[in-house]
Design a protein around this ligand. Structure first.
Ligand code: AOF
Ligand code: ZN
Length: 361
């Protein structure tokens, strides 16, 4: 039964997607005599934690009950007081936790505090699912760097557009809706200038009750057209180098964009590693990288990508000059190329989604 209730906690946690960032997704369920007497989740950054909301919902029924939560309860003062004390005060008898909280301010101390107060604690129920759900949080809380997801939609023969530049639409509507659900979850969506010029995308989240991630445009020389759709998005960020003409930067600022400077990398482009530090400092915990090919290559080369999502559609495009998801100079040998591990396949109407994580060397 522990797994059944933990599954419910994970489901509730997901309700906070896109609103809790950079905090974790957390859900809690209180069970007494085999029945759920209270539920809660962390709704929005800075607000009450999942456990507190569940206790509120259960009221007196929490006495002697079991609480299921997908992340170890906190024991520190952050924007809210420690959940451990709330659970102790509510006379919870047993706490079932999916995973330890990697936050250095918690990291096992929450469980220790509950045990010290005489509460029975079990940890590790649906731990794999819990870690997958909070993969963004796990990276961000331990490194302060954003979790980067590289997404590409390509034909069966590996093209992201035709030789004429047409790409509407290679992937199915179901795949595109899936991308929107990820945009709803991440803090930022990042593209290079070439993609803005080629596709003039909005990068908005077109799903019910969705919220827009912040667009991040990598544009060394600040040459983005001022009428570009992304600049009317949710607090757009344009990333430039010192070579960007100051008047262009002022125009972008006047238009409402936030402009971030980085140093140049060996090719005179935006230094992506430095950019990750800067975005992390701004509280951006996650980025969906949506191309194009040369930015994708730089991201792969610099090792900033944490996860790959490749949508493969059953269409053959052909054309030697038709672009592919990762361009640039590429790896010189197959043995030196980036391999993925922990692969998973999903089928989305006619498309196949391949997810994987880079093997770090
Ligand atoms: C959440 N929601 O439901 C739980 C969290 O600044 P605070 O008070 O919101 O604390 C954030 C930290 O609290 C977070 O990094 C994690 O360690 C812990 N647990 N956080 O946002 C929750 N249970
Ligand atoms: Zn808490």
């Amino acid at each position: 039964m522990d797994e059944v209730f933990m599954k419910r906690a994970l489901e509730l946690a997901l309700e906070g997607a896109g609103r809790a960032n950079p905090n974790p997704l957390v859900g809690a369920v209180i069970v007494k005599d085999g029945e759920i007497v209270g539920e809660g989740y962390h709704k929005i950054y800075g607000d009450a934690h999942a456990e507190v909301n569940a206790i509120k919902a259960a009221g007196r029924r929490a006495e002697g009950a079991t609480l299921y939560v997908n992340l170890e309860p906190c024991c520190h003062y952050g924007k809210t007081p420690p959940c451990t004390e709330v659970l102790i005060d509510a006379s919870i008898k047993r706490v079932v936790v999916a995973m330890r909280d990697p936050n250095p301010l918690v990291d096992g101390e929450g469980i220790a505090r509950l045990k010290e107060a005489g509460i029975e604690v079990s940890c590790g129920v649906l731990e794999g699912e819990a870690k997958a759900l909070n993969e963004i949080y796990i990276k961000f809380i331990t490194t302060h760097l954003p979790f980067v997801i590289l997404k590409a939609a390509m034909s069966l023969d590996g093209k992201i557009c035709t030789s004429e530049g047409d790409s509407k639409w290679i992937s199915s509507e179901t795949s595109r809706a899936y991308v929107h659900s990820i945009r709803n979850r991440v803090s930022a969506v990042m593209v290079g200038l070439n993609t803005v010029i080629a596709d003039n995308p909005h990068l908005t989240t077109r799903i019910k009750n969705g919220r827009d991630a912040r667009p991040v445009i990598v544009d060394s020389l600040a040459s983005i057209p001022i009428s570009a759709n992304v600049l009317s998005g949710n607090r757009p960020i344009v990333v430039v180098t010192e070579r960007a003409p100051i008047e262009r930067v002022s125009t972008l600022k006047d238009k409402g964009a936030e402009v971030i400077y980085t140093g140049e990398d060996e090719n005179g482009m935006v230094d992506l590693n430095e950019l990750m530090y800067k975005l992390g400092d701004m509280g951006i915990d996650s980025i969906l990288l949506e191309g194009g090919g040369s930015l994708n290559w730089s991201a792969v080369k610099k090792g900033i990508v944490d996860k790959f999502l490749f949508f493969v559609a059953p269409v053959i495009i052909g054309g030697a000059s038709a672009l592919t998801p990762v361009e640039g100079e590429g790896f010189k040998t197959v043995s030196g190329a980036l391999r993925l591990k922990r692969l998973s396949l999903k089928s989305l109407s006619d498309d196949i989604l391949i997810e994987g994580y880079p093997e770090r060397r």
